[in-house]
Design a protein around this ligand. Structure first.
Ligand code: MN3
Length: 295
């Protein structure tokens, strides 16, 4: 079971303005093969499927705990896409003005046809996320090796989207996800090291560019965010500390388990887009609804 909190991990800065093509690029981090839906569902299934967990508790706890963190990452990416789509077409209620005209030139028309300028479970080309992105072989060594690869692939995609999009909202999210994804790269490398003795830290970083080159990520690493494994449960997953310990492979600082989740921030309130009938409540209907709800 999970407990849900109406919070997101960072306060996303206001975008410079509507940027539907940036939103389309950021979709890769949502529904791409290496996006946050993939990390969420890979670790979720691997944790549900884990056989022999009593003997291998630290590895089970690690995978299950990271799965919970990934939920907060899909939330963050979703809000970032929504913020970039705010005001991306002409606000109003008169369809004869062709308020969505410009959307015929935007990269992802589903944002304007299938949704009310909102995030979707699709990649940057509009392909839907699919379950074949989940690898859950049942072999612990293979699953951990896959997860290490998945996080490195995710890191490559984040870096490329950063290089495509200069909006401060997108870059704040990318900086945060680069740091947290970096934690997960190190976590799976440490897990493989504890399990087998193999030293994957010699491969770091993949791709060969430090998080410190990205100002939004550097700021968070200066605060020590890359050292922290949050425990996403009031009482469970305590054995993550058996894996998450020792020096960080890149800067030698001590890894720490934080026994609570990040405090986070209230999610942004998304304005109405009347030209898309989103949410489509006119003043008269609103009045009637308010009477029914509040008397
Ligand atoms: Mn993630």
């Amino acid at each position: 079971m999970i407990i849900r909190l109406d919070r997101i991990p960072i306060e996303i800065p206001e975008p410079k303005g509507p940027s539907p093509n940036s939103a389309a690029a950021v979709q890769e981090l949502m529904g791409g093969r290496f996006g946050e839906m993939s990390t969420l569902m890979n670790y979720t299934f691997q944790s549900f499927n884990f056989r022999g967990r009593n003997q291998m508790r630290p590895f089970y706890d690690l995978i299950a705990n990271i799965a919970a963190e990934e939920y907060s990452h899909i939330e963050l990416v979703s809000y970032t896409i929504n913020l970039l789509l705010n005001g991306a077409s002409d606000r109003g209620t008169d369809p004869t003005t062709t308020p969505l005209k410009e959307a015929t030139d935007f990269r992802n028309s589903y944002h304007f046809i299938a949704s009310g300028q909102q995030s979707l479970p699709v990649d940057s080309m509009g392909n839907p996320w699919n379950g074949s992105y989940v690898f859950s072989s049942g072999n612990l060594k293979l699953d951990l090796l896959h997860n290490f690869f998945l996080e490195c692939g995710a890191r490559a995609n984040k870096i490329r989207v950063y290089e495509m999009v200069d909006d401060p909202a997108a870059r704040a999210t990318l900086g945060y996800l680069l740091v947290r994804g970096g934690v997960h790269v190190v976590a799976y490398a440490r897990a493989l090291e504890k399990l087998t003795g193999a030293d994957l830290s010699k491969l770091f970083p993949i791709p060969d560019i430090s998080n410190k080159k990205f100002p939004e990520a550097k700021k968070l690493e200066d605060e020590g965010l890359h050292l922290k494994m949050y425990r996403w449960s009031p009482d469970d997953y305590r054995e993550v500390s058996k894996v998450w310990n020792g020096p960080h492979p890149e800067d030698g600082q001590e890894l720490v388990v934080v026994d609570e989740i990040p405090e986070g921030f209230a999610p942004p309130d998304l304005p109405e887009e009347p030209q898309l009938s989103a949410p489509g409540i006119d003043p008269e209907l609103f009045q009637q609804m308010a009477k029914r709800l509040f008397g």
